[in-house]
Design a protein around this ligand. Structure first.
Ligand code: GLU
Length: 304
C-alpha cells in the first residue's frame, strides 16, 4: 500500500473539518496560531518517512508532553508510580476537579492535568534538574537538538492557569504533592510549552511503536512491558473524555494536546502525527481525529 498517496488523499479531504473547530484561546499565547495549519507525518519502524503539509513547523505540543514526562517517571519508578496515580479513564474533562475529592487526591490517570501535575512533582523529586533532563530526553528521541520550550507560552499559562493551580493545591492538601506547589506548576507549564513539529513528534513516538526501543538507534527507552502499558493508557485515556469515541472510530493508541496535535502508534509498524489547531468541544483537534479515522480506514490497519 502506498502510504504517501494515502496521507495526501487524507490531507486533501481535511480542510472542511478544520474550519468547524476553534483554536484554543484559554491560553492566550496559543490563540495566535493560524487555524489553517495542517500537517500529517508517518514514520515506519523500517525507517521510511511520509509527510504532507506544514510538517516542519514547530507548534505547542501541550498535553502530548504528558507522555514524555510519564515515560521518564515510569522508567525510574516502575509499578511504584501507581501509589500516586490511577490508570482508569476519567470520563471528565482534562482539567476537572470533581473526581479528585472523591478519590482522595489521587488523579485517575497520568494523562489528565492532575495526573501530569503529580508526574511533574515526581520528576522534581527524582532529578536534580528535571527541566533540562526532559528537554534532553525529548531532543534525543526526536533526533532534533533544536527543540525548545516556549517561555512566552509557559508564562501565559502560568498567568492564567488558575484551574491547574487549584488542582495542585488540592492534591497538596491530600499529601499527593511533595514539592512546593509553585515549583511543580512552573515545571508543568514549562513541559506543556515544548514546541515540536509534526515530523519530530512522529519520530519521537517511535519507541512506543517498537516495544520501547528507538528503531534507528536501538536505544532502549522502556521495557517491552512498560511500552505496552503506556500504549494501553493512551488508548483508554489519551484523548481526554473523548478517548472512548476515538478508540471506537480509530482503534490506535494516541495522545492529543490543545495545540492541535495528535500522535499515535500502530504497534510494531509505525507512528503517525497530525497537526491542525482548531479543536472540538473536548479540546481535541477536529481535523486530527478525522485524519486518524481515515488513516485506519483507508489502510485497514488498527490494533483491532
Ligand atoms: N497546558 C494545558 C493545560 O494545562 C494542557 C492541556 C492540554 O493540552 O490538554 O490546560
Amino acid at each position: 500500500m502506498d502510504l504517501q498517496s494515502t496521507i495526501e488523499r487524507i490531507y486533501s479531504e481535511l480542510k472542511p473539518f478544520a474550519l468547524q473547530g476553534k483554536v484554543a484561546s484559554y491560553i492566550p499565547a496559543l490563540a495566535k496560531v493560524s487555524p489553517n495549519k495542517l500537517a500529517i507525518c508517518v514514520h515506519t519502524n523500517d525507517g521510511d518517512v511520509y509527510r504532507v503539509g506544514d510538517v516542519c513547523e514547530p507548534f505547542s505540543i501541550q498535553s502530548i508532553s504528558k507522555v514524555f514526562g510519564f515515560t521518564m517517571a515510569y522508567k525510574m519508578l516502575g509499578g511504584e508510580i501507581w501509589k500516586r496515580l490511577g490508570k482508569e479513564p476519567s470520563g471528565n474533562s482534562f482539567n476537572s476537579l470533581v473526581q479528585l475529592e472523591y478519590e482522595q487526591g489521587i488523579p485517575r490517570n497520568p494523562f489528565i492535568n492532575a495526573g501530569a501535575i503529580v508526574v511533574s512533582d515526581i520528576l522534581l523529586s527524582l532529578y536534580p534538574n528535571p527541566q533540562q533532563e526532559l528537554l534532553e530526553f525529548v531532543r534525543r528521541i526526536a533526533d532534533e537538538p533544536s527543540i525548545k520550550y516556549n517561555l512566552e507560552v509557559a508564562k501565559s499559562e502560568k498567568d492564567t492557569g488558575y484551574r491547574n493551580a487549584a488542582l495542585a493545591y488540592f492534591m497538596k492538601s491530600f499529601g499527593n504533592i511533595q514539592n512546593p506547589v509553585e515549583d511543580v506548576l512552573d515545571f508543568y507549564f514549562l513541559q506543556c510549552s515544548l514546541e515540536m513539529s509534526a515530523l519530530c513528534l512522529s519520530k519521537s513516538f517511535q519507541y512506543l511503536a517498537n516495544h520501547g526501543v528507538i528503531p534507528s538507534t536501538n536505544e532502549q527507552i522502556l521495557t517491552m512491558s512498560q511500552a505496552k502499558r503506556i500504549n494501553a493508557l493512551m488508548i483508554t485515556s489519551g484523548l481526554y473524555n473523548e478517548s472512548g469515541d476515538f478508540a471506537y472510530r480509530v482503534g490506535l493508541p494516541a495522545k492529543s494536546g490543545v495545540g492541535g496535535g495528535i500522535v499515535g502508534i500502530f504497534p510494531k509498524k509505525l507512528s503517525l502525527c497530525v497537526w491542525s489547531p482548531p479543536l472540538n468541544e473536548f479540546g481535541n483537534s477536529l481535523a486530527g481525529i478525522e485524519a486518524f479515522e481515515r488513516f485506519t480506514t483507508y489502510t485497514g490497519d488498527s490494533v483491532f
